[in-house]
Every structure is written in C-alpha cells, then in structure tokens.
Write a protein that binds this ligand. Structure first.
Ligand code: FAD
Length: 476
C-alpha cells in the first residue's frame, strides 16, 4: 500500500506512511482495508444507498485489542474516527471521508445468562443475532423492528421496538458496557465501573468511546406472540387513525402499536386495485400470552372494513423479521426524520394524510408509534435519552430509488417536519437524524436538561472530539 491520506482532528489532511500502515496491519488480528485494497467498496458501504463516502482506512476489528490498536493509531496521528456497528444509521454516520473507520461488525458474539436473565453482546451484533440467542432461552431484549439493524447505534440513541411499552427502550435495558476510550483504555460502564458513563451511553450515542460489548437485561417473551397487521383503504385512513388514537390511550403495557401511512405495497396480500395507492396499516404486538393478546388486539381488527387482516399468533422471531424484506441494504436512498406529539389532533391526522398522499415517492411512509407505558416511567436520572412524556413518536421515512430524486425526497421529509411543528414538542429522535444538517439543534432539543451533564461527561472522556460522527455532544 502506498502512503494514505487521512483527515485530522483540525480538519486538515495528514499522511500515514506505508510503513505506519503496514505496522498497524501487522499487529491486528482482524483486517485493515485501504482504498487500494480489494474489498474497500464493500467495507465502506452502509445501509443508506445515498451515502457514498471514502474513509482513509477501515479496520475490521476481530476483538477489543484491535479496537485499542486502532484508537491508539488515530491518537498518535491526530485523526478523526468513525465507528460502525450495523451500518444502519440513515445519516451514514458510520463512515466519513478520510476518517479511520473502526468497523465492529466481525465482533458479533452473544452470551446469554439464563439464570440472571442477562445477555452480553459484541459491538457488531445485529438484532437478528441477539434475538436468535435470547429466544433459545425464552428471553428477549427490547430492540428495533427491523432485524438486520445493529444493536449498537440503536441502543446508543434509544431503541424503539415492539417491547417498548412493556420494558422500555433498548437503552433502558443496558446494564453495563465495555468501552475503549479516546485514550485507548478499556473502561467498564455500570455497576463496579463508571455509573455516569452508563447513564450517558443510554441515549448519548457513540460520543464517549467505542463500545466493544453491551450487557442487557432480558425478559421472558414468546416463543409465540400475537401480532396484528390490519390494512385500510386511503378513504378510511382518517376514521381509522381517530379510532387508533382512542384505542391506544387505553391499551395495556403489553401492547406496542404503530400506525403507518404509506402507499400499499405491490404484494399478494393486498387486493389488486389498492396496490400502490395511499392507505393506512395498523401494526401491534402483544408480548404476553398469545391467547390474551388476541383478545386485547381484537378491537384493532374489528374496526371498520379493513382491506386485509393479516393478524396471527406467530413466533416472536418471525414478528421481529416481519419488515426485513422491505428494508434491503444499499438499494434505496433514504432521508429519515421524526417528531414527538403530545396528542394526535384531528388537524395533525389530516396533515399527515395529505403529506402521505402528496409524497413524491410511493415508498415513503409516516409512522405513528404509540408511546407511554413503561417507556414513559423511566426518568432523566435513569438515562440520558431525553423525551419521555410525548404520547406518539412520528417516524418520517423518506425513501426513493432514483438518485435524480434526492432533492425531492429530502424536501418532502423536511416538509413533514415543518408541517407537524405546530403539533410537536421541540425534540427529535436522534436515531432518525436526517443528514445531521443541524446537529447543534438536534442535540439541544433531544437532550434538553440532560445536555449539560452529557457535555461534562464528554469533556471528561473525549475533550478532543475524536468520535464526532454521531449526534455529537460538544465537550463541556
Ligand atoms: P451504525 O450506522 O453502524 O452506527 C451509527 C452510529 O452509532 C455510529 O456513527 C457511532 O456513532 C455509533 N456506534 C455504532 N456502533 C458503535 C459502537 N460499537 N460503539 C460506539 N459507538 C457506536 N430505530 C429505532 O429506534 N427503532 C427501529 O425500529 C428502527 N428501525 C430501523 C430500521 C431501519 C431499516 C433503519 C435503517 C434504521 C432503523 N432505526 C430504528 C434507526 C436505528 O436505530 C439507527 O439507524 C441506528 O444508528 C442503527 O444502529 P447501527 O449500529 O446499525 O448503526
């Protein structure tokens, strides 16, 4: 390999000599991939097909020692570092031009302790891998709803899924972590280690170091759960959303639901004339006994005249993978944002229906996540994650195929954010960050009163801001 150009902390370019790079490569157990190496394009690819960035070097870490060596290399050369878990961050924060990219995806070991109901997982584990191991013992950790997602970025920003109203977010169930700091030292977050760091990792992102392993509290779930999927025609969306609002207010904590305004997919389950037309889908999981779940979710299925009802008792693992095929890696272009709503006003419902109908891409969607339950009973002292009081999270999924449609796709996402502003709290969800176009506003609104505490933690661990490609906390 010839000499390598890398981006420094001050924004300049530095040169790592071929000898420096060869020395690093020789000490790693994993692999080092540079721009001239075969596999470079695979190593720099992330989930959002719109992201096309060229890191200076990629270290595919086989273990904690590789992470430490990478961080020390970055420190010695004054480099910025990006960190990749599952590569699903829609803003593409796992990869940055000229950065040293620390890729943890080979670190995907999972160890369940069935007696303590805890699970230890490497920094590159996906939701599918974690679920597979925990379900072998009748356990589950709250994670997101698409199983190829990395647990790392998800947990470090929050983590909404089908167990949120029963057990909270992924970050609420993080009970410990091993972290390689910017000094290249391994510290333990949590009991017996740094409790403040654990608090910060529960939502504060990859700001404090590289998490080489996570320890979670797991809970008895499955093997079967009741999972409701009910589709409504566009003309019935208003009435169905008003019903959803009323039903969601009284649902028990075992139920976590989501209403999605979308264009019905071109799939066999959707009657022919409705395919590709604007409509509404109601999704809900009851995470307890499936027979009780069927009863609880019955009103959601009985309302109105659904276009299709695909509800069924099914393995928890199957429900966790229900959306996977709709979110292939690298194929589509994405712009994802969010809003939190204290209530679902009639005017907000009408605005969202109109925004869905006028979306420039039929693949885009607006998700109305039901909040409350256990999620709302965690406090600012439990986790850095800031928002607990809103009744709904609105997920704005801009999605299109044509690179020529980038401006329209992004503009639609921003239009949804702006249109919903009068109905919304100031916060946005840090894991739906758009393209980080206004990071300062994002973290200020997301963390509110927790921001000063996070800034102090950042200053203690990371005053130079080596780990800056994230929802970045400015050092206090
Ligand atoms: P990556 O892109 O690998 O990493 C994102 C950032 O996290 C990195 O830039 C880094 O700052 C940090 N990071 C990653 N790994 C580490 C580590 N080991 N140590 C320190 N820092 C690290 N969110 C939800 O809440 N619920 C959902 O159901 C949900 N569904 C989604 C479905 C899809 C298809 C996609 C694309 C996203 C979804 N999200 C969801 C958002 C998701 O939470 C974020 O995209 C998250 O960042 C993904 O984590 P990752 O490890 O794959 O990300």
């Amino acid at each position: 390999m010839a000499e390598t150009q890398l981006r420094t902390l001050s924004g300049q370019w530095a040169t790592a000599t071929a000898t420096d790079v060869a020395a690093l490569r020789g000490r790693l157990r994993g692999t080092l991939v540079g721009p001239d190496d075969p596999g470079y394009d695979d190593a720099r690819a992330v989930w959002n097909g719109m992201i096309d960035r060229r890191p200076g070097l990629v270290v595919r870490c086989a273990g904690t020692a590789d992470v430490i060596l990478s961080v020390i290399f970055a420190r010695e050369h004054g480099l910025v570092v990006s960190v990749r878990g599952g590569g699903h961050n829609t803003g593409g924060s796992a990869v940055a031009d000229g950065a040293l990219m620390i890729d943890l995806s080979p670190m995907n070991g999972v160890r369940v302790d069935p007696l303590r109901h805890t699970v230890r997982a490497g920094g590159g584990v996906t939701i599918a891998e974690l679920d597979q191991e925990t379900q072998a013992f009748g356990l589950a950790v709250p994670m997101g709803v698409v199983s190829q997602n990395g647990i790392a970025g998800l947990t470090l920003g929050g983590g909404f899924g089908w167990l949120r109203r029963r057990y909270g977010l992924s970050c609420d169930n993080l009970v410990g972590a091993d972290v390689v700091t910017a000094a290249g030292e391994l510290v333990t977050a949590g009991p017996g280690g740094d409790a403040e760091l654990l608090w910060g990792l529960r939502g504060g992102g990859g700001n404090f170091g590289v998490v080489t392993s996570f320890e979670f509290q797991a809970h008895p779930v499955g093997p079967d759960v009741h999972f409701a999927v009910v589709l409504h025609r566009g003309e019935d969306a208003r009435a169905a959303l008003r019903f959803y609002r009323q039903w969601a207010a009284d649902a028990p904590d075992e139920v976590s639901a989501m209403a999605t305004l979308w264009h019905h997919p071109e799939q066999d389950e959707v009657p022919e004339p409705e395919r590709g037309k604007p409509g509404l889908a109601l999704f809900a999981m009851h995470c307890g006994d499936p027979t009780a779940g069927a009863e609880m979710l019955r009103p959601l299925r009985d309302f109105g005249t659904p276009l299709a009802d695909l509800s069924a008792a099914q393995p928890y693992l199957a429900a966790q993978r229900y959306f996977d095929a709709d979110y292939p890696a690298g194929e589509m272009r994405h712009y994802w944002r969010s809003r939190y709503l204290d209530a679902l006003d009639d005017d907000a419902i009408d605005a969202m229906i109109a925004l869905n109908e006028t979306s420039p891409s039929p693949q885009s969607a607006i998700d109305v996540w039901q909040l409350g339950g256990r999620y709302a009973r965690f406090t600012a002292d439990d986790a850095a994650y800031g928002e607990r009081s809103a009744a709904y999270l609105i997920g704005i999924e801009g999605k299109w195929a044509d690179p020529g449609a980038d401006d329209d796709g992004v503009a639609w996402g921003r239009r949804v954010v702006d249109t919903l502003a009068p109905f919304s709290t100031p916060a946005e969800y840090v894991n739906f960050p758009g393209l980080y176009e206004d990071n300062a506003a994002l973290v200020r609104a997301a963390f509110g009163g927790n921001l000063d505490r996070l800034r102090a933690l950042k200053k203690r661990y990371e005053p130079d801001n080596m780990f800056r490609f994230n929802h970045n906390i400015p050092p206090g």
